[in-house]
Design a binder for this molecule. Sequence first.
Ligand code: ATP
Ligand code: MG
Ligand code: MG
Ligand code: MG
Length: 468
Amino acid sequence: MSGVNDIRSTFLDYFKKNGHEIVPSSPLVPRNDPTLMFTNAGMVQFKNVFTGLEKRPYSTATTSQKCVRAGGKHNDLDNVGYTARHLTFFEMLGNFSFGDYFKENAIELAWKLVTEGFDLPKSRLLVTVYSEDEEAAALWKKIAGFSDDKIIRIPTSDNFWQMGDTGPCGPCSEIFIDQGENVWGGPPGSPEEDGDRFLEFWNLVFMQFEQTEPGVRNPLPRPSIDTGMGLERMACILQGVQSVFDTDLFRTLTGTIEDTIGVKAEGSASHRVIADHLRSSAFLIADGVLPSNEGRGYVLRRIMRRAMRHAQLLGAKEPLMYKLLPTLVQQMGRAYPELVRAEPLISETLKLEENRFRKTLERGLSLLSDATADLAKGDMLDGETAFKLYDTYGFPLDLTQDALRAREIGVDISGFTDAMQRQKAEARSHWAGSGEKATETVWFELKEKHGATEFLGYDTETAEGVVQ
Ligand code: ATP
Ligand code: MG
Ligand code: MG
Ligand code: MG
């Protein structure tokens, strides 16, 4: 009962039995929403239903949503391979109430599924609530029988979710599991909370207010529910391992990498990065994103090139990613038929991109190693070199940063930006051009620069109260 396919159906069947409509995952590219890079939470496809703009023939729903958290404001790219719980592509299981049930039911439903459906021991569970949400604290006490020390009150935006400057918002409550004393880390809210001992696996958002202008919140006439549980994190818990990369799902992928290039996966961040990035690349391509130099396509390119550097690091002499694809399709194709349909396109795209990049990857890496030969821990690579790697060798900035990470060498970002601006100004002086840009590119550039002004779902780190 602990493989991902079983977990997914246990979750969906449970909520179906409890009257929820099973709704298919929406694509990774949000429809008609140029403000959001990728679908990064289950609620994205329902955002207009929450606000009442859109009507659906059901008032409660459940989904297993494909999510990508890379690029844009909400970005787990740098975490992948280095934490035990972050992936760029993952599935978020969720249940939603659009003005139907609220807090008490949501907590009851979640608690029953966690302790009976998934049979997790109560003694290892704990929750956070927003510090002002006495009601949620009291409900957890009543429903789960938790003592006060198992209900941690968090005063920060981590536990108050908000759609943007205006719109529905509300406190949230997250469920954590204690993975044991032998794992480093402390409970949420403590200085050691970044460790892996306490793993967050489910977030319940109580959409309770509508913010009409900054600082003004009115109670919603129909309070709603939005939850998200990480499928891979649940697999990790049920399989008794401490890292998502140690689940069967990832072991199969990293095992294929081992078999293909003959390098052991144990303890290797590169295997983890390649396996994760293969998933996000394949699913993005299946949903119509192709590598390019702007917008979503550039994020995909960054993900792919990053994986390729790690393949190079492992000594792969030939393109690797496309060889791993059949394993992934075998694993996920039944749940996501679009992966099967797009397999030839994904395979070709991976091969083409890898072949194209290999030519400059090696030369770029040797330039990088020359340029950093005299640098030590804590030093910075100059922006000019980072820009040359970007411009001439096709190294996305984050690839260069990732390459220097193990040696704890940083990159002079402002020097990099200056070099880029200089080059742009020079190019402009040579060619006036039409000045037109794809709308998507303009959007994402503005967003990167000024942060979010419109709805970004879970996407923004700048807006207060967003679930992170
Ligand atoms: P974390 O604090 O661990 O970064 P989060 O608070 O950002 O997680 P939420 O936005 O609350 O995550 O998303 C709901 C759930 O989705 C999380 O409880 C977790 O189970 C899962 N999840 C979130 N980000 C990731 C990720 N990068 N990889 C895998 N699962 C994730
Ligand atoms: Mg959370
Ligand atoms: Mg969190
Ligand atoms: Mg996060």
